[in-house]
Ligand binder design. Sequence first.
Ligand code: PEP
Ligand code: MG
Length: 761
Amino acid sequence: MAQLDAGPRLLIRRLRQIMAEPGSGQSRLDRVVREIARQMVAEVSSVYVRRQDGSLELYATEGLNPEAVHNTHMKRGEGLVGLIAEQAKTINLPEARSHPAFSYRPETGEEEYHSFLGVPVLRAGRVLGVLTVQNRTRRHYTSEEEEALQTTAMVLAELLASGEVAGVNDQRLGGSLVISGLVLSEGIALGHIVLHEPRVVVTQLVSDDPEGERARLDAAIGQLRATIDKMLSRGEISAKGDHREVLEAYRMFALDRGWAARMREAVARGLTAEAAVERVRNDTRAQMLRQRDAFWRERFRDIDDLSDRLLRILAGKTMTAAEEEIPEDTILVARTMGPAELLDYDRARLRALVIEEGGPASHVAIVARALGIAALGQARGVIEAVESGDAAILDAESGELHIRPSSDIIEAYADKVRFRARRQKAYEKLRAKPAVTRDGCRIALNINAGLKVDLAHLAESGADGIGLFRTELEFMVSATFPRRERQTEIYARVLEAAGDKPVTFRALDIGGDKMLPYFRHAPEQNPALGWRAIRMWLDRPGLFRAQIGALLRAASGRELRVMLPMIAEVAEFDRAREIVLRESRHLEQVGREPPSRILLGAMVEVPAILWQLEALCERADFLSVGSNDLMQFLFAADRGNDRVADRFDPLSPVMLRVLKEIVEVAARRETPLTLCGEMAGRPLEAMALIGLGYRSISMAPANVGPIKAMVRSLEAAPLARYLKALLDAGEADVRGALERYAEENGVALRVPFDSKKARQE
Ligand code: PEP
Ligand code: MG
């Protein structure tokens, strides 16, 4: 393939000169089309800009009637120009009129022109507009001319995105936009977008040194392949949830000769390595837009992501924004994210998280709640709709992300934030009040914690204690494996902060989607069912001993409560208890004061243990239901996979029967019982738990207020009778029935106080 010949090269140079010259954006755009027409020996050259509603407006022209500028609009998908924008593809025709999509616009005076070449103006994979040339003669433009116009469109994209052309900046990404998703963590945040994986905008397009550019490109591709192999071999991908396949697909594409060859060809034609990646990506993007099949659309997205990675390597940019300074009001946007990646960010600057994928029980959602930041999942299309730096508002109540909001939306939200603050105040008033139902049932409300930042929440929320301290979170934020001394320090601090409130530490629950970056772990087909938690430490007791040693030391002279995750057989519990007792004896032998009392509990989260509950109660000092995992395993539905995570309802009769069975066995055996999964933090679900007989639950700190309000408005005994009758009668829609019950009986599921009055306050 020939290099860009002198003409197009010269054209690009000229365009760049024009862009550097003084003048308004519009006059620059006018000069640009004139120059394109001149250099490409075309009678017409026009630029159409895509507006918010998808229509295209003629913004500049050389050759068509100047009166048509800003007056000619093509509806979304209308005419050849509309088709180019919709499908992001080049159209090259010797006779435009014979194309079925051709739409004649008399005001432009284009009837004299026959041949037509139009290309999309793309930037970072998004269509900003369309660039066309037309000639009187019926000619077929050569592939070099197509290539030259496509490259020219890249320069034009830069001008349009710069915001200098009046009216374009607001439109460049479609102005204000709302994207809906699923609330992962409640809250409202006003701030600015930061893309977790920063985008690189290519500005240097042509090069005089194709050899040098080829070498740069090859080196970058090599580095890309090596990183992906490393990620796969470290099993790091499981930290991203269920995205191992994505990486496998990545590897496939990264090794794809066709992809590399097309980029090399573009370099050989005179583009810089970056511009070559962008050019080929634009083509892929166009294919993606045309693709109707979801599977293939995903694969094209993988290539899109890979192109981003490659550009970051070429530009020497960091792979994630966590390595950079982020604004103080960051709304982080990611395609997928694991809990460890979120923890890499500076919490103080993080206001909200938006991810394209991910269900509410995924660990990243749990970490977002633990950090107290608003979070939205399943926000389809968000990556393509935003740029880093865009203003945004996340309403993680209604489940909407407002991108580049107008001033009245900002105003309305400022109001809403004030309203929430008042509501928070109302919850604060409840802080000192006990969580007692109207008929006198005391419900222990505990918080789930795991990070230092959580400790303050214990006092703020007025909770009874920490029902679940996820010890692995501190391991995940640490750069290396915390030694026993360091662990002792952490646990002692937690106990100290809790004062005389009880703290239940959960022994390390790693594996699954909670990988430690410094811990080698062979890749697994099904990490959630794999070598994790107790399975890991029974095989490597040293790990567990170090943690138990640290906990025993930290709790010297006071009560220590530890619970064991993922128990599938009572024998596992026995073996773990042996280790705990041995460590405790060892501590005494070395003359250290042991805890005043050691309570060892088991989590009920693997269905197999449901048929060993009696035996478990005999051994365990308490039980804690991990309803997130219990749901996942009971329904065989990956909690991190949004296609299936919400498919099954925790208020389904099946789940409720299982939860009831646990209450009954625990009551019979007089074994204290609690539940610490996410359902405990949702008012309707928590109400159902109380109806089933749960008297202790543990939740994200922000949920304590709303749950307490619900508890205080409820009568437990009639609810228990009602729920029993529902289950006995085989009611399928328990959720609906419970919602009606709450409504009819004045149970506060939402705002626990007179909101009108609060507004007037
Ligand atoms: C659970 O599984 O319900 C639980 C509380 O633990 P985690 O979410 O950390 O697995
Ligand atoms: Mg669990």
